[in-house]
Write a protein that binds this ligand. Structure first.
Ligand code: NAP
Length: 251
Protein backbone atom coordinates (compact mmCIF):
# COMPACT_ATOMS: atom_id res chain seq x y z
CA UNK A 1 0.00 0.00 0.00
CA UNK A 2 1.17 3.54 -0.79
CA UNK A 3 1.06 6.22 1.88
CA UNK A 4 -0.71 8.60 -0.52
CA UNK A 5 -3.78 6.31 -0.99
CA UNK A 6 -5.15 8.27 -3.94
CA UNK A 7 -8.06 5.80 -4.36
CA UNK A 8 -8.84 5.13 -0.71
CA UNK A 9 -12.34 3.70 -0.08
CA UNK A 10 -13.06 3.42 -3.81
CA UNK A 11 -14.30 0.22 -5.43
CA UNK A 12 -13.00 -0.40 -8.95
CA UNK A 13 -13.71 -2.94 -11.67
CA UNK A 14 -10.81 -3.70 -14.01
CA UNK A 15 -11.34 -5.89 -17.06
CA UNK A 16 -8.39 -7.65 -18.63
CA UNK A 17 -6.99 -7.82 -15.11
CA UNK A 18 -5.26 -11.17 -15.58
CA UNK A 19 -2.53 -9.82 -17.83
CA UNK A 20 -0.44 -6.90 -19.01
CA UNK A 21 -1.90 -3.43 -18.67
CA UNK A 22 -5.06 -4.51 -16.81
CA UNK A 23 -3.07 -6.50 -14.22
CA UNK A 24 -0.73 -3.55 -13.65
CA UNK A 25 -3.69 -1.17 -13.28
CA UNK A 26 -5.43 -3.48 -10.79
CA UNK A 27 -2.30 -3.75 -8.65
CA UNK A 28 -1.62 -0.01 -8.78
CA UNK A 29 -5.24 0.75 -7.80
CA UNK A 30 -4.96 -1.66 -4.85
CA UNK A 31 -1.75 0.03 -3.68
CA UNK A 32 -3.69 3.31 -3.76
CA UNK A 33 -6.36 1.87 -1.45
CA UNK A 34 -9.07 0.67 -3.89
CA UNK A 35 -10.94 -2.63 -3.58
CA UNK A 36 -10.93 -4.52 -6.86
CA UNK A 37 -13.32 -6.54 -9.01
CA UNK A 38 -11.08 -8.38 -11.46
CA UNK A 39 -12.26 -9.76 -14.80
CA UNK A 40 -10.54 -12.08 -17.26
CA UNK A 41 -11.12 -15.49 -18.80
CA UNK A 42 -8.44 -17.48 -17.01
CA UNK A 43 -9.14 -18.16 -13.35
CA UNK A 44 -5.57 -19.20 -12.48
CA UNK A 45 -4.03 -15.98 -13.75
CA UNK A 46 -6.74 -13.86 -12.12
CA UNK A 47 -6.19 -15.68 -8.82
CA UNK A 48 -2.45 -14.91 -9.03
CA UNK A 49 -3.20 -11.19 -9.42
CA UNK A 50 -5.75 -11.33 -6.57
CA UNK A 51 -3.20 -13.07 -4.34
CA UNK A 52 -0.60 -10.37 -5.06
CA UNK A 53 -3.17 -7.70 -4.15
CA UNK A 54 -4.22 -9.50 -0.96
CA UNK A 55 -0.64 -10.15 0.16
CA UNK A 56 -0.10 -6.38 -0.12
CA UNK A 57 -3.08 -5.79 2.22
CA UNK A 58 -5.68 -5.14 -0.51
CA UNK A 59 -9.01 -6.78 -1.37
CA UNK A 60 -10.03 -8.42 -4.66
CA UNK A 61 -13.00 -10.35 -6.03
CA UNK A 62 -12.42 -12.29 -9.25
CA UNK A 63 -14.78 -13.24 -12.06
CA UNK A 64 -13.44 -15.63 -14.70
CA UNK A 65 -15.73 -15.28 -17.72
CA UNK A 66 -15.96 -14.42 -21.39
CA UNK A 67 -16.69 -10.71 -21.26
CA UNK A 68 -17.72 -10.76 -24.92
CA UNK A 69 -20.92 -12.63 -23.99
CA UNK A 70 -23.66 -10.01 -23.73
CA UNK A 71 -24.84 -10.88 -20.21
CA UNK A 72 -21.35 -10.91 -18.66
CA UNK A 73 -20.58 -7.19 -18.23
CA UNK A 74 -23.72 -6.80 -16.10
CA UNK A 75 -22.82 -9.89 -14.07
CA UNK A 76 -19.40 -8.36 -13.39
CA UNK A 77 -20.97 -5.15 -12.09
CA UNK A 78 -23.47 -7.11 -9.95
CA UNK A 79 -20.78 -9.30 -8.39
CA UNK A 80 -18.46 -6.39 -7.60
CA UNK A 81 -21.27 -4.51 -5.88
CA UNK A 82 -22.33 -7.63 -3.96
CA UNK A 83 -18.72 -8.11 -2.84
CA UNK A 84 -17.94 -4.51 -1.85
CA UNK A 85 -21.26 -2.64 -1.56
CA UNK A 86 -20.55 0.17 -4.05
CA UNK A 87 -18.86 1.02 -7.36
CA UNK A 88 -16.75 4.09 -8.09
CA UNK A 89 -14.33 3.31 -10.95
CA UNK A 90 -14.59 1.16 -14.07
CA UNK A 91 -11.60 0.42 -16.30
CA UNK A 92 -12.17 -1.53 -19.51
CA UNK A 93 -8.76 -2.89 -20.44
CA UNK A 94 -9.69 -6.30 -21.90
CA UNK A 95 -8.86 -6.18 -25.57
CA UNK A 96 -8.11 -8.22 -28.63
CA UNK A 97 -5.58 -7.30 -31.34
CA UNK A 98 -5.72 -9.44 -34.50
CA UNK A 99 -3.61 -7.65 -37.11
CA UNK A 100 -4.10 -8.82 -40.69
CA UNK A 101 -3.91 -7.23 -44.12
CA UNK A 102 -7.31 -5.76 -44.97
CA UNK A 103 -8.27 -8.24 -47.70
CA UNK A 104 -7.36 -11.19 -45.45
CA UNK A 105 -9.38 -10.00 -42.44
CA UNK A 106 -12.36 -12.27 -41.89
CA UNK A 107 -15.69 -10.98 -40.65
CA UNK A 108 -15.27 -13.34 -37.68
CA UNK A 109 -12.05 -11.58 -36.68
CA UNK A 110 -13.68 -8.15 -37.20
CA UNK A 111 -16.62 -9.20 -34.98
CA UNK A 112 -14.38 -10.75 -32.29
CA UNK A 113 -12.40 -7.54 -31.92
CA UNK A 114 -15.49 -5.31 -31.90
CA UNK A 115 -17.31 -7.62 -29.44
CA UNK A 116 -14.61 -7.28 -26.80
CA UNK A 117 -13.00 -3.89 -27.49
CA UNK A 118 -16.22 -1.96 -28.13
CA UNK A 119 -19.48 -3.84 -27.42
CA UNK A 120 -18.35 -5.21 -24.02
CA UNK A 121 -17.19 -1.74 -22.96
CA UNK A 122 -20.53 -0.25 -24.02
CA UNK A 123 -22.46 -2.89 -22.06
CA UNK A 124 -20.16 -2.55 -19.06
CA UNK A 125 -20.75 1.20 -18.91
CA UNK A 126 -24.49 0.70 -19.34
CA UNK A 127 -24.56 -1.75 -16.43
CA UNK A 128 -22.30 0.38 -14.23
CA UNK A 129 -23.67 3.91 -14.69
CA UNK A 130 -26.89 3.46 -12.66
CA UNK A 131 -24.68 2.54 -9.67
CA UNK A 132 -22.24 5.43 -10.03
CA UNK A 133 -22.46 8.76 -8.28
CA UNK A 134 -20.67 12.10 -8.34
CA UNK A 135 -16.89 11.63 -8.35
CA UNK A 136 -17.03 8.29 -10.18
CA UNK A 137 -14.77 7.66 -13.16
CA UNK A 138 -14.87 5.48 -16.29
CA UNK A 139 -11.61 4.78 -18.11
CA UNK A 140 -11.58 3.06 -21.49
CA UNK A 141 -8.22 1.73 -22.60
CA UNK A 142 -7.89 2.87 -26.18
CA UNK A 143 -4.69 2.88 -28.21
CA UNK A 144 -2.47 4.93 -30.46
CA UNK A 145 -4.38 2.88 -33.07
CA UNK A 146 -7.43 5.00 -32.22
CA UNK A 147 -5.46 8.15 -33.09
CA UNK A 148 -3.32 7.18 -36.08
CA UNK A 149 -3.25 4.28 -38.52
CA UNK A 150 -1.55 1.08 -37.44
CA UNK A 151 -0.16 -1.23 -40.11
CA UNK A 152 -2.42 -4.18 -41.13
CA UNK A 153 -5.02 -3.26 -38.52
CA UNK A 154 -8.14 -1.85 -40.18
CA UNK A 155 -10.52 -3.72 -37.84
CA UNK A 156 -8.49 -3.03 -34.68
CA UNK A 157 -8.11 0.67 -35.59
CA UNK A 158 -11.89 0.73 -36.11
CA UNK A 159 -12.44 -0.60 -32.58
CA UNK A 160 -10.06 1.87 -30.99
CA UNK A 161 -11.43 4.80 -33.00
CA UNK A 162 -14.88 3.79 -31.72
CA UNK A 163 -13.56 3.76 -28.15
CA UNK A 164 -12.30 7.34 -28.56
CA UNK A 165 -15.63 8.74 -29.80
CA UNK A 166 -17.77 6.65 -27.44
CA UNK A 167 -15.72 8.15 -24.63
CA UNK A 168 -16.43 11.69 -25.77
CA UNK A 169 -20.13 11.04 -26.41
CA UNK A 170 -20.62 9.35 -23.05
CA UNK A 171 -18.77 12.21 -21.36
CA UNK A 172 -21.38 14.66 -22.62
CA UNK A 173 -24.12 12.64 -20.92
CA UNK A 174 -22.32 11.89 -17.66
CA UNK A 175 -20.25 15.00 -16.94
CA UNK A 176 -23.38 16.89 -15.78
CA UNK A 177 -23.78 14.15 -13.14
CA UNK A 178 -20.20 14.61 -11.95
CA UNK A 179 -19.12 11.28 -13.50
CA UNK A 180 -15.91 11.51 -15.52
CA UNK A 181 -15.36 9.48 -18.70
CA UNK A 182 -11.92 9.33 -20.31
CA UNK A 183 -9.84 7.21 -22.65
CA UNK A 184 -6.26 6.20 -21.99
CA UNK A 185 -4.34 5.51 -25.18
CA UNK A 186 -1.15 3.46 -24.75
CA UNK A 187 1.62 3.23 -27.30
CA UNK A 188 3.63 0.03 -27.69
CA UNK A 189 3.69 -1.59 -24.26
CA UNK A 190 5.58 -4.75 -23.38
CA UNK A 191 2.75 -7.29 -22.77
CA UNK A 192 1.56 -10.71 -23.94
CA UNK A 193 -0.44 -8.97 -26.67
CA UNK A 194 2.66 -8.15 -28.73
CA UNK A 195 4.93 -10.96 -27.49
CA UNK A 196 4.61 -13.00 -30.73
CA UNK A 197 5.62 -9.94 -32.78
CA UNK A 198 8.50 -9.04 -30.47
CA UNK A 199 9.85 -12.55 -31.08
CA UNK A 200 10.26 -11.70 -34.79
CA UNK A 201 13.77 -10.50 -35.70
CA UNK A 202 13.93 -6.74 -36.12
CA UNK A 203 10.39 -6.05 -34.87
CA UNK A 204 11.37 -4.49 -31.59
CA UNK A 205 14.13 -2.37 -33.17
CA UNK A 206 11.66 -1.16 -35.80
CA UNK A 207 9.16 -0.06 -33.15
CA UNK A 208 11.91 1.59 -31.11
CA UNK A 209 13.06 3.54 -34.18
CA UNK A 210 9.50 4.87 -34.68
CA UNK A 211 9.15 5.86 -31.02
CA UNK A 212 10.74 9.18 -30.05
CA UNK A 213 11.44 7.76 -26.58
CA UNK A 214 13.29 4.91 -28.31
CA UNK A 215 11.76 2.04 -26.37
CA UNK A 216 8.63 0.06 -25.48
CA UNK A 217 6.63 1.23 -22.49
CA UNK A 218 5.97 -0.93 -19.44
CA UNK A 219 2.46 -1.77 -18.15
CA UNK A 220 3.24 0.06 -14.89
CA UNK A 221 3.69 3.31 -16.85
CA UNK A 222 0.11 2.98 -18.13
CA UNK A 223 -1.10 2.08 -14.64
CA UNK A 224 0.26 5.36 -13.26
CA UNK A 225 -1.78 7.29 -15.84
CA UNK A 226 -4.88 5.21 -15.00
CA UNK A 227 -4.48 6.03 -11.29
CA UNK A 228 -4.40 9.71 -12.22
CA UNK A 229 -7.55 9.46 -14.39
CA UNK A 230 -9.43 7.49 -11.72
CA UNK A 231 -8.41 9.79 -8.88
CA UNK A 232 -9.71 13.16 -7.72
CA UNK A 233 -6.50 14.71 -9.09
CA UNK A 234 -8.24 14.48 -12.49
CA UNK A 235 -11.41 16.18 -11.23
CA UNK A 236 -11.71 18.47 -14.30
CA UNK A 237 -10.56 15.89 -16.86
CA UNK A 238 -13.66 14.91 -18.86
CA UNK A 239 -13.88 13.33 -22.33
CA UNK A 240 -10.14 13.38 -22.91
CA UNK A 241 -7.81 10.81 -24.39
CA UNK A 242 -4.55 10.59 -22.51
CA UNK A 243 -1.80 9.37 -24.86
CA UNK A 244 0.98 7.50 -23.06
CA UNK A 245 3.00 6.46 -26.07
CA UNK A 246 6.64 7.56 -25.77
CA UNK A 247 5.86 10.19 -28.40
CA UNK A 248 4.70 7.72 -31.13
CA UNK A 249 1.93 10.08 -32.30
CA UNK A 250 4.12 13.20 -32.05
CA UNK A 251 5.88 12.83 -35.42
N1 NAP B 1 0.23 -3.83 -25.32
C1 NAP B 1 0.18 -2.79 -26.12
O1 NAP B 1 1.17 -2.41 -26.77
C2 NAP B 1 -1.11 -2.00 -26.24
C3 NAP B 1 -1.05 -0.81 -26.95
C4 NAP B 1 -2.20 -0.04 -27.07
C5 NAP B 1 -3.38 -0.47 -26.50
N2 NAP B 1 -3.41 -1.65 -25.84
C6 NAP B 1 -4.69 -2.05 -25.25
O2 NAP B 1 -4.50 -2.30 -23.87
C7 NAP B 1 -5.47 -3.23 -23.43
C8 NAP B 1 -4.77 -4.33 -22.65
O3 NAP B 1 -3.88 -5.01 -23.52
P1 NAP B 1 -2.60 -5.80 -22.99
O4 NAP B 1 -1.47 -5.36 -23.79
O5 NAP B 1 -2.55 -5.74 -21.52
O6 NAP B 1 -2.98 -7.27 -23.50
P2 NAP B 1 -2.92 -8.69 -22.81
O7 NAP B 1 -1.74 -8.80 -21.92
O8 NAP B 1 -3.09 -9.65 -23.93
O9 NAP B 1 -4.24 -8.70 -21.92
C9 NAP B 1 -5.51 -8.80 -22.51
C10 NAP B 1 -6.49 -9.04 -21.39
O10 NAP B 1 -7.80 -9.17 -21.95
C11 NAP B 1 -8.42 -10.33 -21.40
N3 NAP B 1 -9.37 -10.90 -22.34
C12 NAP B 1 -9.14 -11.24 -23.64
N4 NAP B 1 -10.27 -11.74 -24.17
C13 NAP B 1 -11.23 -11.70 -23.20
C14 NAP B 1 -12.58 -12.08 -23.15
N5 NAP B 1 -13.23 -12.57 -24.22
N6 NAP B 1 -13.24 -11.95 -21.97
C15 NAP B 1 -12.61 -11.45 -20.88
N7 NAP B 1 -11.33 -11.05 -20.88
C16 NAP B 1 -10.65 -11.18 -22.03
C17 NAP B 1 -7.25 -11.26 -21.15
O11 NAP B 1 -7.56 -12.21 -20.17
P3 NAP B 1 -7.56 -13.79 -20.47
O12 NAP B 1 -6.50 -14.06 -21.47
O13 NAP B 1 -7.38 -14.42 -19.15
O14 NAP B 1 -8.92 -13.98 -21.00
C18 NAP B 1 -6.20 -10.32 -20.62
O15 NAP B 1 -6.41 -10.07 -19.25
C19 NAP B 1 -6.19 -3.71 -24.68
O16 NAP B 1 -7.42 -3.03 -24.80
C20 NAP B 1 -5.27 -3.32 -25.80
O17 NAP B 1 -5.96 -3.12 -27.01
C21 NAP B 1 -2.31 -2.43 -25.69
Amino acid sequence: MNDSQRLLDKVAIVTGASSGIGAAIAQAFAREGAKLGLSGREETRLTDVAKRIESDGGAAHILAHDLAADEEPARLVKEAIEAFGQLDVVVHSAGLFEPQPFLETSLESFDRQFALNVRAGFLLAQAAVPHLSEGASLVFIGSIAGHVAFRNSVAYCGTKGAVELMTKALCTELAPLGIRVNALAPGNIRTAMNEPFRAEPGYEDGVNDLTPAGRFGEPEEIAEAAVFLASDAASFVHGSSLLVDGGWTAW
